[in-house]
Design a protein around this ligand. Structure first.
Ligand code: KIV
Ligand code: ZN
Length: 517
């Protein structure tokens, strides 16, 4: 048996079943193209009978996305299979994926059908799907709570009917590694026609075991893993694609299996899925969370600076991610702080550095995490403080039938400036008014709004990243009014930018006068 494992991505089907993750056709196509770049073997593009919109999206993906097999899901009924075929028939490599319950609880309580009827329907459905295409996958829904003798009977029967892939979903995330491995092993050794099919696994994460269950299944003979980018999916989600792939890459000694995934596309795919589904990636998410390559403890930072391998098992380059970043904290020592400054091109002499470090320690006591942008702000001479803009007054209008507009009044060094602007929303209008006053036109790379505390009256915190020429600045602002928080964050960024530019000019002027004297 080959050690090549097929990666079946269901981000666009099971992943889209995540509450709130609805995608439109355009977004689904965009993700499908990226999945093709990631080089997944199969893209399960949707469940076409579920909505006309989904049918259209799967059709468009089938027409436009080349490379992977494009699969569509169908219940074991003709109407679903017809619709699924209609959606994938133009694909370069189409697959029909048919499923039906296999556990007593699903058959009795949900379908109110006997196991014999279900078995017969399964066989008929596979035969029917087979009349359209050779590539037919059959899933025994809730198989991990089904009777083993029944599973063996169904698997053999659907293979006889022509199923080329047989999937054993842990639909409710109930199984544990040892038990799932045993089930896969049993099927592999007891089903006489098993060699005619690929055994597939599909694990949900209700107990947090989806990834390990999938890997153990592979050890026992499964050769297709169904998984989703960022582990999104129904309820607690599905096995995370990036975790499975990287476990096989990094621990090839223990899992000597390989996929065709282009790991350098993992980071990009993950960010795209998060952006389009609106489901944030937890900071501590394995492999792709922001903190996965951040080092906070002083001892760890010191180790990583000496040799990355001391505390990093995945090289960020391998997943196409950004180089490791240090999140400085009160625990960071002089070595780490100096290193961070040097990566930012600030080379302080010993006395200068000591003074800076004392300021740093004071700030780190108040603020949990210190980013590059904070260091940059600390390096700025306080004598430029009077050059900052402050928000004096803000009024916005918005609504379904009005053009959003904003009046912004700012003060700077005792002078008052006021401007009015319209925009696509009240925040956009307010930003345009700020730009008119400051004369600084920046690019907004990032905008994040989060509630600092629970409840309707929560403080909203906005953090954003603005780019101006070669400078990237982070601005932050807080208020119970999100428009005000947004303007404060923008002004914070603009003020830092102005100080940074003034400081650079000041330094340049100083060095010119020093060299001239
Ligand atoms: O979890 C499940 O059982 C499924 C099947 C439809 C494959 O998603
Ligand atoms: Zn599922």
């Amino acid at each position: 048996m080959s050690n090549r494992v097929m990666i079946f991505d269901s981000t666009l089907r099971d992943g889209e079943q995540t509450p709130g993750a609805k995608l439109n056709a355009q977004e689904k196509v965009k993700i499908a193209r990226q999945l093709a770049r990631l080089n997944v073997d199969v893209i399960e593009a949707g469940f076409p009978i579920s909505s006309p919109g989904d049918l259209k999206a799967v059709q468009q993906i089938s027409r436009e996305v080349k490379g992977p097999i494009i699969a569509a899901l169908a219940r074991a009924v003709k109407e679903d299979i017809d619709c699924a075929w209609d959606s994938v028939k133009e694909a370069e490599k189409p697959r029909l994926h048919v499923f039906l319950a296999a556990s007593d609880i699903h058959m009795e309580k949900k379908l109110r059908k006997s196991p014999e009827t279900c078995l017969q329907e399964a066989v008929e459905a596979v035969r029917y799907a087979k009349s359209f295409t050779d590539d037919v996958e059959y899933s025994l829904e809730d198989s991990t709570r089904a009777r083993e003798d029944y599973i063996l009977k169904v698997v053999e029967a659907v293979i006889d009917a022509g199923a080329t892939v047989v999937n054993l979903p842990d639909t409710v995330g109930y199984t544990v590694p040892e038990e799932y491995g045993r089930l896969i092993h049993l099927i592999n050794t007891k089903v006489p026609n098993i060699h005619k099919t690929i055994l597939s696994v599909h694990c949900h994460n209700d107990l947090g075991l989806a990834v390990i269950n999938s890997l153990v299944a592979v050890e026992n003979g499964a050769r297709q893993i169904e998984c989703n980018v960022n582990g999104i999916g129904e309820r607690a989600g599905n096995a995370a694609l990036e975790e499975i792939v990287m476990a096989m890459v990094i621990r090839g000694d223990k899992y000597p299996y390989y996929s065709g995934i282009n790991t350098k596309e993992i980071y990009r795919t993950s960010r795209l899925v998060s952006k389009l589904t609106g489901i944030p990636i937890p900071l501590n998410k394995a492999v792709i969370g922001l903190n996965a390559f951040a080092h906070s403890s002083g001892i760890h930072q010191d180790g990583v600076l000496k040799d990355k391998r001391t505390y990093e098992i995945i090289n960020a380059d391998l997943i196409g991610g950004q180089a490791a970043q240090m999140v400085l904290t009160a625990r960071s020592g002089r070595h780490a702080v100096r290193h961070q400054l040097e990566t930012m091109n600030y080379h302080l002499e010993n006395g200068e550095f000591e003074a800076f470090y004392q300021k740093y320690v004071e700030l780190a006591d108040k603020k949990k995490e210190i980013y590059k942008e904070d260091l940059e702000a600390m390096l700025i001479d306080v004598s430029y403080a009077e050059s900052t803009y402050e928000l004096e007054y803000l009024q916005t209008v918005s609504g379904t039938r009005t053009i959003p507009a904003a009046v912004v009044r700012l003060s700077k060094g005792g002078e008052i400036f006021e401007e009015v602007a319209s925009g696509s929303g009240p925040i956009d209008a307010a930003y345009k008014a700020v730009e008119k006053i400051t004369g600084i036109d920046t690019d907004m790379e990032n905008y994040n709004l989060r509630a600092v505390s629970p409840g309707m009256d929560a403080l909203g915190e906005v953090s954003l990243k603005i780019n101006y020429k070669d400078k990237n600045i982070i601005g932050r602002g807080m208020s119970t009014d999100i428009v005000e928080a947004s303007v404060k964050a923008y002004l914070d960024g603009i003020n830092k930018l102005i100080r940074l530019i003034s400081n650079n000019n000041h330094k340049q002027a100083n060095s010119v006068s020093k060299s001239g004297s």
